[in-house]
Design a protein around this ligand. Structure first.
Ligand SMILES: Cc1ncc(COP(=O)(O)O)c(C=O)c1O
Length: 439
């Protein structure tokens, strides 16, 4: 059964009561400009006061339909009552004790729940994974690099152009997304080689050119790959690409690290996106949707890989009890209907976007899985049209629809997994109206 909050306070469709940004939002944006880092990337002046399901209300009382889920995070919807209750109850009992030095049950319970669902074969059949908790996606990837190097005693890593793995030094060194994310930050962590994403030609190049010249495969610790490239444009790889990475890893004793930070936790209709391809990775990194908005991430590995000794890797806050309580509630909701809803709604969304593609030459066919879907915006000659993409995102905001871009000229759709078909239709209608007006 799909668990949708009752006693809704917000309408289920956009409701605008001021011009945008409204006066309160405008004042907060100005205060923000004076004191926060200019490195944040706000596309439009949305100042959120509260959220519920797929809707968010700004400080002026305007209500928006959220196709972003706060960058693919609020898996169970904004402020799902069961998640909120779990957080409140846990907060009243214990806010923090640090799982690095002490024990508490929510951390153990969430680790058990994740380990039971991890798509690893073999090993301990009761718990086919071990779990290390972090505070973010970047931190999960940092830890995964360390674990892969520690376990294999090798230093080199293969990653992909277009990949996004985070902005801390190790994660940034894997990231191959935008020049601005690297410019003037060097030197980065050495030993990372990037190859194009998603194609067999790229893996041919790795094996036939790189492995035979500058990249001795027996010195490669890990291939780090997103099962669907997220920030890079919601790119679904060619058939057999992920299977072939597994084969290459097996051939040379390399670990396959799958970054599920954006694609994981039910968004694609499976708990982990890699399950769509039946590939067994060695390490999975996750974060974002894992605790519906509480800061939490995790590294899952085959149990035998976590051989690092006490003190070799730890964190004060990772696995915080309140975040873990939210994670346990999130998993329960994913299992009891939300993952299935993501599959169903994803099909409806792709069907609707296909109709938009048939109506407007400037919209590509959709791609993705579940509720991880994108379309490219194109010019008349079929080239990427980032200006049109940016304009649509702005115009949609002014009509009460929250969208995010990704890739070269894509709009991504990563709504909370509680979205329903009426809300999908509302989003499609708004985009259609925007296109009719601006083209
Ligand atoms: C695939 C992927 N990995 C890692 C990250 C970094 O996560 P965080 O921003 O929590 O550090 C992101 C963030 O967008 C991501 O999409």
């Amino acid at each position: 059964m799909l668990s949708i909050p009752i006693n809704s306070l917000l309408p289920s469709a956009p409701r605008l009561v001021t011009s945008l940004p409204g006066p309160r939002a405008q004042a907060i944006v100005e205060r923000d400009r004076a004191v926060t880092s200019p490195s944040y990337t706000r596309d439009y002046p949305l100042v959120v006061a509260r959220g519920e399901g797929c809707m968010v209300e700004d400080v002026d009382g305007n209500v928006f339909l959220d196709m972003t889920a706060g960058i693919a995070v609020t898996a169970t919807g904004h402020a799902h009552p069961e998640v909120v209750r779990a957080i409140q109850e846990q907060a009243a009992r214990l806010l923090h004790m640090s799982g690095t030095d002490f024990y508490y049950e929510p951390m153990v319970e969430l680790a058990e729940q994740l380990a039971l669902r991890a798509p690893f074969a073999g090993g301990d059949t009761t718990f086919p994974a071990k779990v290390f908790f972090t505070n973010s996606g970047a931190e999960s990837n940092e830890g995964a690099i360390k674990l892969a190097r520690y376990y294999t005693k090798r230093s080199l890593i293969v990653a992909f152009l277009g990949a996004f793995h985070g902005r801390t030094y190790g994660a940034m060194s894997l990231t191959g997304s935008k020049a601005v994310q690297r410019a003037n930050f060097g030197p980065l962590v050495p030993g990372v080689t990037h190859i194009p994403y998603g194609t067999h030609a790229s893996l041919d190049y790795l094996e036939k050119n790189l492995f035979t010249t500058i990249l001795p495969p027996h010195e490669v610790a890990a291939i780090v790959v997103e099962p669907i490239q997220g920030e890079g444009g919601y790119i679904v790889p060619e058939d057999g690409f992920l299977q072939r990475i597994r084969e290459i890893c097996d051939r040379y004793g390399i670990l396959m690290v799958v970054d599920e930070v954006q694609a994981g936790m039910g968004r694609t209709g499976r708990l982990f996106a890699i399950e769509h391809w039946g590939v067994t990775p060695d390490i999975i990194t996750t974060a974002k949707g894992i605790a519906s908005g509480m800061p939490l991430g995790a590294i899952l590995s085959r149990p035998e890989l976590m051989t690092w000794p006490p003190g070799s890797h730890a964190t004060t806050f990772g696995g915080n009890p309140v975040a873990c309580a939210a994670g346990i509630a999130t998993l329960r909701l994913l299992d009891s209907g939300l993952m299935a809803n993501a599959s169903r709604m994803g099909e409806i969304l792709q069907a609707g976007l296909t109709q938009l593609h048939e109506k407007f030459l400037n919209i590509s066919l959709p791609r993705g899985k579940g509720l991880m879907v994108a379309v490219d915006l194109l010019d008349e000659a079929g080239n990427y049209n980032p200006k049109l993409r940016d304009r649509i995102i702005q115009e949609a905001f002014l009509r009460g629809l929250l969208l995010l871009g990704c890739g070269k000229a894509a709009i991504r759709f990563c709504p909370p997994l509680v979205i329903n078909s009426d809300q999908i239709q509302t989003a499609l209608d708004i985009i259609s109206n925007v296109l009719i007006e601006i083209l």
